[in-house]
Design a protein around this ligand. Structure first.
Ligand code: ZN
Length: 89
């Protein structure tokens, strides 16, 4: 094999490696994006939990009667809980 041919082969290998490197960089970026999205969803879920708990303990979470004691189901509260859950989907 002549030096010229050898050099050509090395350049081709190098080009393939650069391509692979770029592909991996893009894969890493898309994973990073996915991770950020998941942590945002998790944060939103954890934010919602206290409201669920307050409601379950028998208090209003709706704007009209916030933290007042609840007798039975409150449609405003339920709409709020349902709305928050739907907004995340
Ligand atoms: Zn209510």
């Amino acid at each position: 094999m002549s030096l010229g041919e050898e050099l050509l082969q090395l350049e081709e290998k190098l080009a393939a490696l650069y391509e692979e490197c770029e592909r991996l960089r893009q894969a890493a970026a898309s994973l990073e994006e996915k991770k950020n999205l998941l942590s945002q969803q998790l944060a939103a879920e954890q934010e919602l939990k206290p409201l669920n708990r307050i409601y379950d303990e028998g208090f209003h979470i709706c704007h009209a009667y916030f933290t007042k004691e609840r007798a039975g189901e409150c449609l405003f509260c339920l709409a709020l809980l349902k709305g928050s859950a739907a907004a995340r989907e």
